[in-house]
Design a protein around this ligand. Structure first.
Ligand code: ATP
Ligand code: MG
Length: 376
C-alpha cells in the first residue's frame, strides 16, 4: 500500500448510546459528504475522508476535531520510517517532542505504549531531541485503526450534534444581532432551523435585496438548503394603528402576533418548536412578565437559547459565526410601531382587550395569505 493523504475526523460520542449513536453517526457522515464532496468511511468512532474539501469541515456540527493524516500500512517499521521522514523539516536539535499512539485495532500486536517508546527512541537517536509529553514543541500522533494514520496537529470542530438529528424548528429571525446567534445555537443541537422573518416591505421579494439575504446565507453555511418564510407585517400595523391608545403594549402585542403566526406555520409544516433571540432583561419586552405574555400564546415550545447571555457574549459569538458585521448594517426593521415607553409588565386583561378590538385572529388569517417561502 502506498502512503496516502486523507482527512481523519473524530466526533464526540460520550453521551451517545444505543440507537442514538448510529443515527448520529449516519447523519454526520451524510452531512460531511454533502458539505465537502469527499468520500467517508467509518471505523470504530472515527471517520476517514478521501478527497473533498476539508476546509468545509469547519461548518459541520458534530465534529470534535479533524486533521490531515498520512494513511499507511499497519507495520511498526513503516510507521517509524514515515514518522522520521515527515518530521525532518520541522524538528530541530534539542527540540522536545511527544509521541501519542492510539490503538483502536486491539488485534495489532504492538501495544500503544510500546509503539510510543519504539518511535520515540528512534527520534531521539536521529535528531538529538528530547521527550516532553506535557508541552512538546512537536507532537506526533499515530492511530492504529483499519490502517495506520500519522498526523501532527488537530483542528477543533464545532462540536454539538449533526444537523437533522433533532428535528425541525422555526426561528423568528429579525434584522438584529441576537436571533441569528440563537438560530446558530439551535443548529448546534442538531436542529434543522427554518426561518421566519417579518418585514416592512409591501412585497416579500424586496427582502432579498437587503442585508437579510446575507444573514441568511451566512447561517446557511451551517446547514444548507435553509427554508425561509417571508411575511409582511402591514396588516398588523394597519390594525394596531386603529387602537387609539395601547398604553405601551405595542411591543408585547406585536410579539404575540409574531408568535401566533409562527405557530400556525410550524403546525402546518410539522416544525416542533419556535426559537427566538430573547435575553432576559435586555429590553422591555424581555422581562419575565412580558416573556410570559408572549410564550403563553402558543401550544408548542419556544426555545430561547440566549436567555442567560450577556450582550457582549452574544456579540462575540455573532462575530465568530460572521453574522455580526451583517447584523449591524442599516435596515428598516419592524419597529416603527414600538412606543418610546414600553411597559415592562404587560397587563393580561388589557392585552386581551386590545387583541379583541383589533380582531387579531383575522389579522393573522389575512397575513397568512401573504406568506411566501424560499429555499436557499
Ligand atoms: P434581535 O437582535 O434578535 O432582534 P432584540 O434584542 O432586538 O433581538 P427584540 O427586537 O425584542 O429583541 O426581539 C426579540 C426576538 O423577537 C428576536 O430575537 C426575534 O427572535 C424576534 N423578532 C423580532 N423582530 C422580528 C422580526 N422582524 N421578524 C421575526 N422575528 C423577530
Ligand atoms: Mg430586534
Amino acid at each position: 500500500m502506498r502512503d496516502q493523504i486523507v482527512t481523519l475526523i473524530h466526533y464526540g460520542e460520550l453521551s451517545l448510546k444505543g440507537r442514538n449513536r448510529s443515527l448520529f453517526e449516519n447523519k454526520l457522515l451524510e452531512n460531511i459528504e454533502r458539505e465537502t464532496g469527499g468520500r467517508v468511511t467509518k471505523y470504530r468512532g472515527r471517520f476517514v475522508m478521501e478527497g473533498g474539501n476539508p476546509e468545509n469541515l469547519q461548518y459541520v456540527f458534530g465534529i470534535s476535531w479533524y486533521t490531515k493524516a498520512i494513511r499507511l500500512e499497519k507495520d511498526v517499521e513503516s510507521i517509524t520510517h514515515t514518522v522520521l521522514t515527515e518530521i525532518s523539516p520541522y524538528i530541530k536539535e534539542k527540540n522536545s517532542f511527544g509521541v501519542f499512539v492510539k490503538r483502536a485495532d486491539k488485534s495489532f500486536p504492538c501495544r500503544s505504549m510500546e509503539l510510543e517508546r519504539v518511535i520515540g527512541k528512534k527520534i531521539c537517536e536521529e535528531y538529538d531531541a528530547r521527550v516532553d509529553l506535557s508541552n512538546p514543541d512537536l507532537s506526533v500522533f499515530v492511530e492504529i485503526a483499519d490502517d495506520a494514520y500519522i498526523y501532527f496537529n488537530k483542528t477543533q470542530g464545532l462540536k454539538g450534534l449533526p444537523i437533522d438529528v433533532s428535528g425541525n424548528v422555526l426561528s423568528l429571525l429579525s434584522g438584529g444581532i441576537d436571533s441569528p446567534v440563537a438560530s446558530y445555537l439551535m443548529m448546534k443541537r442538531g436542529c434543522r432551523v427554518n426561518f421566519l422573518h417579518f418585514h416592512v416591505f409591501s412585497d416579500n421579494k424586496l427582502v432579498l435585496n437587503t442585508k437579510m439575504n446575507s444573514v441568511l446565507n451566512a447561517l446557511n453555511r451551517y446547514q444548507s438548503n435553509s427554508k425561509i418564510f417571508l411575511v409582511p407585517y402591514y396588516q398588523f400595523e394597519m390594525e394596531i394603528l386603529k387602537v387609539l391608545n395601547t398604553r405601551g403594549h405595542e411591543l408585547v402585542l406585536f410579539r404575540r402576533f409574531m408568535v401566533k403566526l409562527a405557530e400556525r406555520i410550524a403546525l402546518e409544516n410539522d416544525f416542533k418548536a419556535l426559537v427566538t433571540g430573547d435575553s432576559l432583561g435586555q429590553v422591555a419586552s424581555q422581562t419575565i412578565d412580558n416573556i410570559a405574555q408572549i410564550t403563553k400564546t402558543t401550544s408548542i415550545p419556544i426555545f430561547q437559547p440566549l436567555i442567560t447571555y450577556d450582550k457582549q457574549e452574544i456579540i462575540d459569538l455573532a462575530k465568530q459565526i460572521s453574522t455580526y458585521e451583517l447584523s449591524i448594517e442599516k435596515y428598516k426593521d419592524c419597529c416603527s410601531i414600538v412606543s418610546s415607553n414600553p411597559r415592562t409588565k404587560a397587563n393580561t386583561k388589557q392585552v386581551q382587550v386590545f387583541e379583541k378590538s383589533m380582531d387579531i385572529d383575522r389579522v393573522i388569517e389575512k397575513t397568512l395569505d401573504l406568506v411566501s417561502v424560499i429555499q436557499l
